[in-house]
Write a protein that binds this ligand. Structure first.
Ligand code: UD1
Length: 363
């Protein structure tokens, strides 16, 4: 079995980042087939992470690009299938909850290739969210479910998933632990819009739930612009055109910059007074880095961060009116003693995933 390759699939920004540690941990044990679906394809959303994190050139690029959920998932399914038929990996690893996750899992499932789902068992109540559907279907198709938290383990056990469930911790924490010493301080980031040492809030927005309602999006951006401290907004490509349509004052708080590289984002998040985001990845990174976070959602899959006091949920319907008070509360939180940081394991999740695969694959 071990002469045949193990496939590792990724395609969006957070998946490229997380795949880096899985590839490193798996490479000594099996030949690897690395598949980049190309769901995110701009240099600043994909290739920069391959370079910074030493991922190397993937074996296959599917080049699916932008499109509807149906178009992307279908393109991944039809483009990956002939590759899997030809190369015959003995198992396929998928990560997270994107269209790439689901498309690659379906391709493997139709060919009866065992599936390993990394970041299994995350749940939100809102089933209309595409990511929620993707992750539930992927969990149901998977043979080995690697859960980043103990709550996720209990969730999967409660659902009586047919695959084997194990706790591994979060591979995103492995990346942060490994790359932490290389974090780039804001003063060294080309184009950083503030003088060295100036305090700031860091912001990112990208989810369809926020960008789909322009009036709400514009009100939120105006509330960011009206804050008392500078706000550096690292703008995901999805919101660039929307930002152009928002009326902003010339002397407001907002400083809009392009998406940052991983090492630059790590430094910017670490040094921020507060993070304001709808990103799943950045919420956890703020939790590990000790930066208080405001998450612009009604719920989060990463509920431990809220329970531990690191993260505050702000309903997007009320965010414009309540943001200033929430920031004030978070700035005060920064002064308090730090929260406990072990909710998602100890930074050795990738090697736990690999050990679990070896144990599971040994007859
Ligand atoms: C979410 C989606 C995921 C989608 C992705 C699109 C959910 C549950 N998940 O993941 O399906 O593919 O958005 O982007 O909705 N980062 C940078 N530079 C930046 C901003 C972020 O390096 O300018 C890094 C962060 O440090 C972190 C990762 O990217 O490691 C987070 O990626 P993000 O794009 O925010 O995705 P998620 O919200 O985690």
């Amino acid at each position: 079995m071990e002469d045949r390759p193990l496939a590792i699939c990724f395609g969006t920004r957070p998946q490229v980042i997380k795949a880096s540690v899985l590839i490193e941990a798996a490479a000594p044990h099996w030949p690897l087939l690395t598949v980049d679906t190309g769901q995110h394809y701009d240099y600043e959303m994909n290739a920069i992470f391959l370079e910074q994190l030493g991922v190397g050139r993937p074996s296959h690029f599917l080049e699916v690009g932008s499109g509807s959920h149906a178009d992307q998932t279908a393109a991944i399914l039809t483009r990956l299938t002939p590759i899997l038929e030809r190369v015959e990996p003995w198992a396929v690893i998928v990560i997270g909850d994107t269209n790439s996750t689901l498309g690659c899992a379906l391709a493997a499932a139709y060919l009866h290739i065992p599936i390993v789902h990394v970041e299994a068992g995350m749940r939100a109540a809102d089933i209309r969210m595409a990511e929620e559907r993707n992750r539930r279907i992927t969990d149901a198709l998977s043979d080995l479910l690697c859960a980043p938290s103990h709550i996720a383990v209990r969730q999967l056990e409660g659902e009586r998933q047919p695959g084997r469930v194990i706790f591994t911790g979060d591979i995103a924490y492995d990346v942060l632990c490994q790359q932490g010493p290389r974090a780039v301080s804001p003063a060294a980031i080309p184009g950083w819009p503030l003088p060295p040492g100036a305090p700031y809030a860091l912001a990112t927005l990208h989810r369809a739930e926020l960008t789909g309602n322009f009036a709400q999006f514009a009100a939120l951006v105006q509330a960011l612009d009206a804050l008392d401290l500078p706000v550096v907004l690292a703008a995901h490509p999805r919101i660039r055109a929307l930002l152009d349509q928002c009326r902003l004052s010339s002397d407001g708080a907002l400083r809009i910059v392009p998406p940052l590289g991983y090492l630059e984002m790590l430094g910017a998040n670490r040094d921020a007074s507060v993070l304001i985001t709808d990103s799943g990845g950045l919420q956890r990174e703020a939790y590990w880095l000790g930066t208080p976070c405001i998450t612009l959602r009604r719920e989060t899959e990463w509920c431990e961060t809220v329970a531990l006091g690191a993260n505050l949920l702000l309903d997007p319907d009320r965010a414009a009116g309540e943001l200033a008070a929430a920031v004030k509360e978070r700035l005060a939180r920064r002064m308090h003693s730090p929260w406990e940081r072990g909710a998602y394991g100890d930074g050795s999740a990738a090697s736990r995933v690999v050990s679990a695969i070896r144990e599971w694959a040994t007859p």
